[in-house]
Structures are given as C-alpha cells and as structure tokens.
Design a protein around this ligand. Structure first.
Ligand code: NAD
Ligand code: TYD
Length: 341
C-alpha cells in the first residue's frame, strides 16, 4: 500500500508547488488540510487528492485516519499583515503547529517507526543581517516581526516535541520564494500586477533592504530531498545564494514587464513611489545553504534571470487567476489597510 502524506496549507503558494512536485514524481496518497484563507486556492493543486477544508487549530486525529508523514506548510505568511493582525499569526502559526504536533503524537500512538513530521519554516526566524555574513543552521534565533516571532515559536515547539516525546521531526528554514501562484501581497507578484495596471509601486524606505530569492520549484525540490534523505531531528537552511537589493530587483521587474508587454523600456520607472518604511523592517537576509548541498546534494536549478522571466510571463498569462484571487474576502481587508497599493 502506498504511504499517506498529510500536507497542511497545500492550497497555498509553496504547499501547492510541493504537492504538484511530489505527485509528478512519486506514487503516494496525499491528504491536504487547508482552511482556504484568502491565500489558499484548491485549483492551485493540479492532481486529484483528498482534501479536508479545516483550520489546523481544530483538527483531531480521528478525522485524519492513518497517515505516515506530515509536511506542514499552513501558516499566515505575510509580514505586513502580521503587523496589523498579530493575533491571527499567533493562533495559526503557534497554536496550529502545536495542535498538529499533538495530533501526530496521538495518531502515531508513540510508535514513531517510519514516521516524520516535516516543519516548513523561514529564514526570518534568524532576524536581520548587516552588510556581511550569512545565516547558518547555528545562527541564534532573533525574530523581529510578529510573523517571524510566531514562526520561531513554532520551530521551538517542533524541537520541544522531538526532545520531550521523541517525535521524529525535521525543520527547514528557507529564504524568500518567488514564482507562480503567489498571492499578490508579496513584493514580486504585487509589483508585477501594479506595473501591468500602471499603479504606483510602494517601495518601503529607501528600497535598500536585501532579500535572498529562490524559485518556488527549487524550494519544493529541496523539501523533497530533505523529506527523503534528511537526518531526523536536524535543521536545514535552504537558499539561493541570490541576494538582491529591493530597488534593483524592482528595476529588473519593471524592465521585464515593459518588454514582455511591448512597452518602451523604462516606461514604468515613473511608477516607483517611495513610502514610509515597514515597522521593524529587517535590513538583510542571506542564507548559507552549504549544509544542504554538502550533505544531501541539493542546489538551486534555475538562474534568477530565467526564473524572473518565467514568473513575469506566468502572471501576464494568468491575469484571470490574479483577478479571481484578489476579488474575494481579501479585497475588503486590503482596501481597508493598504489604500496606497
Ligand atoms: P501562503 O500564504 O501562500 O499559503 C498558506 C496556506 O495555508 C494557504 O493555503 C492557507 O489557506 C493555509 N492556511 C492558513 N491558515 C490556516 C489555518 N489556520 N488552517 C489551515 N490552513 C491554513 O504561504 P506560503 O508562501 O505558501 O508559505 C507556506 C509556508 O512556507 C509557511 O509556513 C511559510 O512560513 C513558509 N515560508 C514561506 C516563504 C515565502 O517566501 N513565501 C519562505 C520561507 C518559508
Ligand atoms: P515581502 O515580499 O513582503 O517578503 P518579506 O517581508 O517576507 O521579506 O517583501 C520583500 C521585501 O520587499 C521586503 O524588504 C519588503 C519590501 N516590500 C516593499 O518595499 N514594498 C511592498 O509593497 C512590499 C509588499 C514589500
């Protein structure tokens, strides 16, 4: 009988890329548990799978049936929203993760042979870097936003369940992802959408913050490698060695969108609008993923120039997806809180 994988948050940006990758490459049974918040779309998943529409804070072991593995993506994921709605983040990211850990412990009845709880986390738990250096797996946690604090807390609960009950766990902390099906509240899809619609591009502060960008399918591949070959109880950093200052990245996006739309190059430069900086804005993230490369042989496969071209082209070709995902409940929230976008 094939193994059963429970994937939480599988209707979101990275979770759906992972399910699609998993079922393109392996035979297994997938049950996705997802609340379908503004960020989740069932249609992001290309395969026929079992689906339980439910809040992870409310799941019980009875309703999940037997399962062998959990890959846990479900989270509130946007830093700006965490600044306006911190309690939502604590609920889903902390209480939700702790609930799943407890459910796994109960469902597996303390017989952990062949089981795995894979927790998907972020490099933001490490805080902010200065001009130099990288986050390694040994970097001390120093989160600043309610989002990163809630993810840091969830990581600690995962380790606590491993240390206390012997739950078989693994954690990966990844840098910023980009690619198709990302909700247009994050920098790259929001700015592509605004360039297309000739709307202002709200650059926080001076645009000098640095992020390390990784194509979402490379993240899905890294999770697959760690899921299959990672050492129990270990942590792996995932990153692209691909740092960009926001303003430089924004200029690449403007150039690419203008070119693909047949506009004269630089037409959309005028949309750049410097706005008040994000509160507690981390200056720089940069991941050292050499452990993952050295121990498990993973490397990013896509050059950034190719990845951003593919991504822009995908959003231009999928304007209906963009329209539909921003036409629901989020629109009301968005209009209330982000009038300048
Ligand atoms: P996303 O916001 O696109 O998707 C989140 C998914 O979780 C959605 O399908 C949503 O419906 C679901 N969800 C939210 N709250 C839920 C709840 N209470 N119960 C059940 N389902 C719920 O997020 P993403 O960008 O795909 O991120 C996935 C994971 O990867 C998160 O844990 C995030 O912290 C982590 N991560 C993201 C990035 C990034 O750049 N986006 C980088 C590193 C790590
Ligand atoms: P974001 O995509 O929200 O990811 P994160 O905050 O998790 O890194 O933002 C990426 C960078 O872009 C971050 O430095 C904040 C900046 N940013 C803007 O300047 N303007 C925007 O409208 C957004 C959404 C982000």
């Amino acid at each position: 009988m094939s193994k059963k994988v429970l994937v939480t948050g599988g209707a979101g940006f990275i979770g759906s890329a992972f399910i699609n990758h998993l079922l393109d490459n392996f035979q297994c049974q997938v049950l996705c548990v997802d609340k379908l918040t503004y960020a989740g779309r069932k249609e992001n998943i290309k395969h026929n799978i079992d689906f339980l529409e439910k809040d992870i804070c409310d799941v019980t072991s009875d309703e999940l049936g037997d399962f062998d593995y959990i890959v846990h993506f479900a989270a509130e994921s946007h830093v700006d929203r965490s600044i306006t709605e911190p309690l939502e983040f604590i609920k889903t990211n902390v209480l939700g993760t702790a609930t799943l850990l407890q459910v796994a412990k109960e469902a597996w009845k303390h017989d952990f042979e062949g089981k795995l709880f894979y927790h998907v986390s972020t490099d933001e738990v490490y805080g902010s870097l200065g001009e130099e250096g990288f986050f390694t797996e040994e970097t001390a946690y120093d989160p600043h936003s309610p989002y990163s604090a809630s993810k840091a807390s969830s990581d600690h609960f995962v380790r606590a369940f491993a240390d206390t009950y012997g739950l078989p766990t693994v954690i990966s902390n990844c840098s910023n992802n980009y690619g198709s099906y990302q909700f247009p509240e994050k920098l790259i899809p929001l700015f592509i959408k605004n360039i297309v619609n000739n709307k202002p591009l709200p650059v926080y502060g001076k645009g000098e913050n640095v992020r390390d960008w990784l194509f979402v399918n490379d993240h899905a591949r890294a999770i697959d490698v760690i899921f299959h070959k990672g050492k129990l109880g270990d942590t792996y950093n995932i990153g692209g060695f691909n740092e960009w200052k926001n303003i430089d990245l924004i200029k690449v996006m403007i150039k690419t969108v203008d070119r693909l739309l047949g506009r004269e190059e630089g037409t959309s430069d005028k949309l750049i609008t410097y706005v008040t900086d994000r509160a507690g804005h981390d200056l720089r993230y940069a991941i050292d993923s050499s452990k993952l490369k050295g121990e498990l042989g993973w490397e990013p496969s896509l050059q950034f120039e190719e990845g951003i071209e593919k991504t822009v082209a995908w959003y231009l070709d999928n304007s209906e997806w963009l329209e539909s995902i921003t036409s629901g409940a989020y629109k009301v929230y968005y209009a209330k809180n982000y009038n300048n976008k």
